[in-house]
Design a protein around this ligand. Sequence first.
Ligand code: ATP
Length: 333
Amino acid sequence: MTDTIEIRALHKRYGRSIALQELDLQVRPGTVFGLIGPNGAGKTTTLRTLVDVIRPTSGTVRVLGEEPRRGGAALRRRIGYVPGELHLEGRVNGHRLLAFYAEVSGEAGGTASVLGTARDLADRLGVDLNRPVRTLSKGNKQKVGLIQAFMHRPELLILDEPTSGLDPLMQREFLTMVREARDAGQTVLLSSHVLSEIQQAADEVAVLAAGRIVAGGDVASLRLGSVRRVHARIAGADAADAGAADVRAVFARIPGIEELEADSAPDGSIRLSATVEGDIDPFVKALARQEVRELTVEEPDLEESVLRLYGDSSASDSTPSDRSTQRSRRTGE
Ligand code: ATP
């Protein structure tokens, strides 16, 4: 079966700066594909080439079997697109704006049914379509952007940081919409710099850093999620006896522990924080021997995870031993 998106050796320069280098990416029909990477990695540039907002310096791009620059309006009608920077400043209200978009792209079942879907989506997302769009909050404008992309049930959804500005409840609703789209046979490509969002939504992932794909595959195989930041506060006789230095010595022996800090708080408890890479079980077992007052486990920011696991922008050219040297340099191991 032909891939819904096929990118080969895509290269994009802005003047002297290189935004994308030798990028290869395939998205299979009926899947949710997550493009993830830190700020400036090239996600928006990649997505814009797919909808012909910008043109590649070199390389080939095919979307739904066509070249974006030749597909014209007929191809664009088959795509729902949410740009990374959405500007909705018009005096018209949400209904009028969506009716306009529906006329442009709503041939699937007719404009009335497209607008019916738009109203359902507005109810689910809790946005008032009677208000002039320029008076809506950032998050509510983003919802209107999502509705215009989803309402005509396009074969392909291209969503650039789609949950930006949405509160956690609405982020969850959005993820449900994505799953429903996939179940209906639509293909979804979404970008994000939030790892957990991609982990929940995507079947397949590519990690972009400095214009290159540095890792990819199914979500489970990505090691990014295996880096966690832990904070604990330990109390009780064991901790008090051991003291911060002894606690540090105990935890420093645990495999995968880095950036370990332990100090005593004014109330006599010990604050412990560390980054755990890989299996978290030995850390949990060591902690279980203490009296734990507080525990937080969080994912570090994406940029840190990408750098830690895949090295800098030259990582895709480097050998695994180069990468472990890069990592040692950063962590001071
Ligand atoms: P973010 O998560 O911050 O939105 P991104 O991964 O979407 O980042 P891009 O916006 O694609 O990254 O930018 C990739 C690189 O290209 C960056 O170094 C950026 O500064 C550069 N760039 C993007 N657009 C332009 C432009 N119009 N002119 C010059 N450089 C640009």
